[in-house]
Design a protein around this ligand. Structure first.
Ligand SMILES: [Zn+2]
Length: 256
């Protein structure tokens, strides 16, 4: 057991960026998408996922990327952009990044011709990665491993900047289940949804890059983060999870 724990800790240290939003954030993105796709698309998706929902597989990839079979996908959860760079000017990770992965998986799924198993895996990855695409610290600096080397004090406890953005801030913002999150954040007029669904994958990620700049400014090494920051950033987290879900819905409508 101890050994297993040690291995798990080592794996996390080697692939520090692999986790995206915590499980809750990914569930919310997937559920918002579920609520915004047509019945026809929902039926196709359920068939590909062998009767399971989008939420069921929303976190599948975070685990899969730690297994030998899918180790090659460990860099697909993020794209580092250092200060002074944009996604476009930053040297690309040759093992792939979240923008490339979302675009490629979308194209592959549109093209078809995959075995049922391949299609299911590609879809599970897409569900997860559209969430990561909207997670500010997944557009963090390469020099600090996406905020994994920045230590802040979260309600007095030392934590990594990356990790509080994945989970702690989301959980502090609202103590809701994923269905409640969806019900509370996904209530704007259809017209507004359409606006958020516009744009390209690269443009969506550029918004995340901009947000991450603000986070770095506001939460430098040693920053004390508590009630004020939770209140300040809750609306941003709500908006990012909503965007992720609506945009995933758009991609699924295009694919199926
Ligand atoms: Zn991830």
């Amino acid at each position: 057991m101890k050994r297993l724990f040690f291995t798990a800790v080592m794996a996390l240290m080697i692939v520090p960026n692999a986790f995206g939003w915590g499980q809750k954030g990914h569930d919310v993105v997937a559920y918002v998408a579920e609520q915004n796709i047509s019945c026809r698309v929902a039926r196709k998706v359920a068939k590909v996922l062998e009767g399971h929902s989008l939420v069921y597989y929303a976190n599948w990839m975070d685990n899969a990327s730690h297994t030998p079979e899918y180790a090659h996908t460990s860099t697909w959860h993020y794209a580092n952009v250092d200060e002074g760079y944009t996604y476009q000017t930053m040297p690309k990770n040759e093992n792939g990044d979240v923008v490339q992965a979302v675009m490629q998986l979308t194209e592959q799924l549109k093209k078809g011709g995959m075995t049922p198993q391949e299609e299911s895996v590609a879809l599970r990855m897409l569900i997860h990665l559209v969430g990561d695409l909207h997670c500010p610290m997944h557009a963090g600096h390469k020099s600090d491993l996406g905020g994994n080397l920045v230590e802040v004090l979260y309600f007095g406890k030392p934590q990594k900047l990356h990790s509080i953005w994945d989970s702690a801030l989301v959980e502090s913002a609202h103590n809701w289940g994923y269905t409640e999150w969806q019900r509370e954040i996904d209530r704007q007029p259809r017209k507004e949804d359409k606006k958020l669904q516009q744009g390209s994958v690269e443009e969506w990620f550029s918004e995340t890059v901009e947000l991450s700049k603000g986070v770095y400014k506001d939460m430098p090494e040693g920053a004390k983060i508590s009630y004020d920051e939770v209140a300040k950033y809750a609306p941003l987290i709500e908006q990012q999870l909503l965007k992720g879900g609506l945009r995933l819905a758009r991609l699924l409508e295009e694919i199926y």
